[in-house]
Design a protein around this ligand. Structure first.
Ligand code: FES
Length: 363
């Protein structure tokens, strides 16, 4: 008996192609135009969502939370999500989804719909095949209708172009602008408190050689309703500039420069905790030498000599906060820092000049 393979030479008979099914868009002009508008609509909504992303970046406070428990304005709220992140996710995710769906719909419903049979052949294509492929690609570009359908093409270009907007506005998050570093929350009469307990500090609380990490009292203050005066992002930003160290040395070891003779109390001096190199927090204290060492790149400051740099890449002294005691004998600031508390940056000299004007002379 003759088998199918012996008879035809093929293990399975070629079933051939089923009759071609035309899509509604191929045979109905109204349906084609409706589909075109739907796709353009998706790209249009994607563009609006990307613009919404940018608007949310500038209008939604980073502390606001959604689906959180407690009073969202008090700083005591917990759980939930950041409203800004929630909006970023929904707008950017929605835009990407709509652009993806629009492109798939365009390819499935409007681009050329020809069935093709491709026979197996040697791995390397012949020159003729290569030319044919290029011809096919060019034909595909023609059939995609990119030239004939300016509505879809332009709306897609608009949506893809708008994807660059979130990337541009988020450059702002690379760091605070340098001029925003000029001031801290310290001001005249504000108590210096322990950064963990919030307890105000009296000179008698410190022994000679001791270093205490401290903060301005406002970080621990609450309003009439018991809510923190500063909270959330504002608190973190303020802490990053206002953190200080308080050290006690023998008064005879200190050599204050001119104008700073009364910036300390009984040998107690207060310096910024922010390294002037690139801003690491510092508190590695060598009490015998009065040196403060930054753990990041080993800049070393002499606290008995006005925070002068004696080693390392920092080239500005550590800013010093003038101290006094209030009526109850607690340490308080005499003013804000007369120097800029920040890593060094190119416009610093200009900004320091402005600060000098405010404090009436060079600090
Ligand atoms: S940050 Fe302090 S030495 Fe570099």
């Amino acid at each position: 008996m003759t088998t199918e393979i012996e008879r035809t030479g093929d293990p399975i008979a070629d079933p051939g192609l089923a009759p071609h099914q035309y899509r509604p868009q191929d045979v109905d002009g109204n349906q084609e135009r409706r589909t075109e508008r739907q796709i353009a609509g998706m790209f249009g909504v994607a563009t609006l969502l990307l613009i919404g992303f940018c608007v949310a970046y500038f209008t939604i406070d980073s502390d606001v939370r959604v689906f959180a428990f407690g009073d969202p304005n008090s700083g005591d709220a917990f759980g939930g999500w950041s409203a800004q992140n929630f909006t970023f996710g929904t707008t950017l995710g929605g835009a990407l989804l709509l652009i993806g769906i629009g492109i798939i719909q365009w390819a499935k419903k409007l681009m050329g719909d020809h069935e093709m049979v491709e026979m197996r052949h040697p791995a390397r294509s012949s020159d003729e095949d290569r030319s044919a492929v290029m011809a096919d690609i060019n034909a595909g570009v023609q059939e995609s209708g990119i030239g004939r359908r300016p509505l879809i093409r332009n709306s897609l270009l608009g949506a893809v172009g708008a994807m660059g907007l979130p990337a541009i506005v988020m450059l702002r998050d690379l760091g605070p602008l340098p001029h925003s570093q000029d001031e801290t929350v310290w001001k005249k009469g504000m108590r210096v408190v322990n950064d963990v307990s919030g307890a105000p500090i009296k000179p008698a609380d410190l022994e000679v050689g001791q270093l205490v990490n401290a903060e301005p009292a406002i970080f621990f203050e609450t309003d009439d309703e018991g809510h923190p005066v500063i909270h959330g992002h504002d608190l973190l930003a303020a802490k990053a500039k206002a953190a200080v160290i308080v050290v006690r040395m023998r008064p005879e070891d200190i050599t204050p420069k001119k104008g700073r003779e009364n910036w300390g109390v009984e040998g107690i001096l207060c310096y910024s905790k922010i390294c002037t190199h690139v801003g690491c927090p510092i508190s590695l204290w060598e009490q015998q030498t009065h040196h403060l060492l930054c753990p990041c790149h080993q800049s070393t400051f002499d606290l008995a000599d006005n925070g002068k740099v004696i080693f390392g890449p920092a080239y500005r002294p550590l800013p010093q906060l003038p101290l006094a005691v209030d009526g109850e004998g607690y340490l308080v600031a005499v003013s804000d820092f007369p120097e800029i508390v920040a890593p060094s940056y190119p416009e610093l000299a200009r900004d320091q000049e402005k600060l000098n004007e405010k404090f009436g002379g060079e600090a």
